[in-house]
Design a protein around this ligand. Sequence first.
Ligand code: FAD
Length: 523
Amino acid sequence: MKAHIVGGGFGGLAAAAYLIRNAEVSGQDITIYEAHERMGGSLSLGGNAETGYILPCGAIFDAKFRCTFDLLAEIPSTSSPGVSVKEEFFAFNVQYPFDDRAHIVDRNGRVVPHGPHFGLSLRDGFHLARLSLTPEAWLDGRQIKEFFSPSFFTTEFWWLWSTLMGSLPQHSAMELRRYINRALLLFPNLSDMRNILRAPLNQYEALIEPLVAWLRPRGVNLLTRTFVRDIGLAPTPGRITVHRLEYERDGAETSVAVGPEDLVLVTTGSEAADLAVGSMTEPPRQRNGGRSWALWKRLAEGRTEFGKPELFFGPARIPDSRWVSFTLTTKEGEFIKRMSALTDSEPGSGGLVTLKGSSWVLSLSIHHHPKVIGQPGGTNIVWGYGLHPERNGDFVRKPMAACTGAEILQELLRQLRFDDQLDAIMKSSICIPCDLPYVNNIWMPRNRTDRPRPVPEGSTNLGLMGQYVEVERDVAFTIEYSARTAWEAIQILLKRGPAPPPVYQGQYDPKALFGALKVFLCR
Ligand SMILES: Cc1cc2nc3c(=O)[nH]c(=O)nc-3n(C[C@H](O)[C@H](O)[C@H](O)COP(=O)(O)OP(=O)(O)OC[C@H]3O[C@@H](n4cnc5c(N)ncnc54)[C@H](O)[C@@H]3O)c2cc1C
């Protein structure tokens, strides 16, 4: 039996590891096809201290990433010899927990104090509870704003929530319902972020490199710069059986025969699709490539069991989906000194700072040092993003998506009221912007059948994984979702190994329920 995995992001790498560990497939029988230069997908790392680091993704996790940590418990860390990635991850978070004391900053550069009940009225609390208890069957196509009054979207809760999780009022009520139940345990600490975890290093070095280092000696064939153009399905009525896979590599086209006993696992899309990187002097050049969902589009043509890629991808989705993120590499410490004074926190412990008054809704996070192996002392990395990059800035009168790194940095510094140090900080910093037109598309209002199942009806050897696949209860904007869909597809198709652990549901956890009730409903 051969296994073909399309997509070398966290999901594809986890799939290969689950095949070996859970289903006892030999590594030599597994091939991963990845269109990019490197494995890792969304969890990429680029640049350096001199030219500016490029870390397009933020990173928040929680302890209930059950499929992920189940796997990472067996993968040795590549940066801390002798311990697993999971052990390293939790040890780091115990040693350096988030303690966010300045999560929201107003337009005068002052910290907005965390208020009782996160500014929610009793009515808002009931509306949250009502949505959490509404069956998904009643939420097809519905939007968040249908369930709350306009004042809800001005509360501290919503500022914290929308900037941590990415949701907007026009987004999916079904996905928010999932988030409420899945993240209930985090609710009382949304402001200080104490129960939110992050990787000890950037996700590429903390997660992708160890997985690759584990897979390679087991003989897994890792093909980069390899784009799978098509997969051919045998013409058997009522059944879906892959019999051919076609890929392009270095300009050459190759067709691979796939037997009925073989397995094909496809990542159907990417939140980092059409990612474009700019520089201090150039805005990101917007791309319209569409390669990371091209295969899904092909599969879905004329077949309802493959869902509706057009609901998540394509120009019409971008206005409700785009973020612009930026990575700031800053030396000489003035910016960090100012931020530490403002937030009363050491770099890395403060979590997210959201600039409430900024039209772009800028949020930033100062990473723990080092975030990247070999990062020089005195050089800090800050990650940030704009939830509304389509709006004009308040100081730089342009949409964020059209700005250079220097313009974004200038807007940020002026929002923070660091004007007196603006020139010095600009001179000692490099800001690299990154356009992410589809990052938030998992929030698009959807019906339950708009994403295909990990094993579509009638499939005998084709499994699907990643954000654009439907598994019950879990929330999509996570590496956990990629791992879970991969595990589920493999278990259903091969019927080997355990089923994935159940999705954590806070509404059945007395501790989470009590905590949330205390915060939101008890007055
Ligand atoms: C800005 C940002 C912030 C995020 N923040 C968080 C967070 O805080 N916490 C969290 O848990 N998750 C977060 N995520 C989500 C997380 O990064 C993703 O869920 C996860 O990395 C997805 O892994 P994946 O393998 O499913 O897909 P991807 O990492 O997107 O990889 C898919 C890969 O498949 C390849 N591919 C697709 N089609 C083909 C083809 N036909 N041929 C060859 N290759 C193909 C693509 O090139 C891509 O590399 C964030 C994502 C982004 C973009």
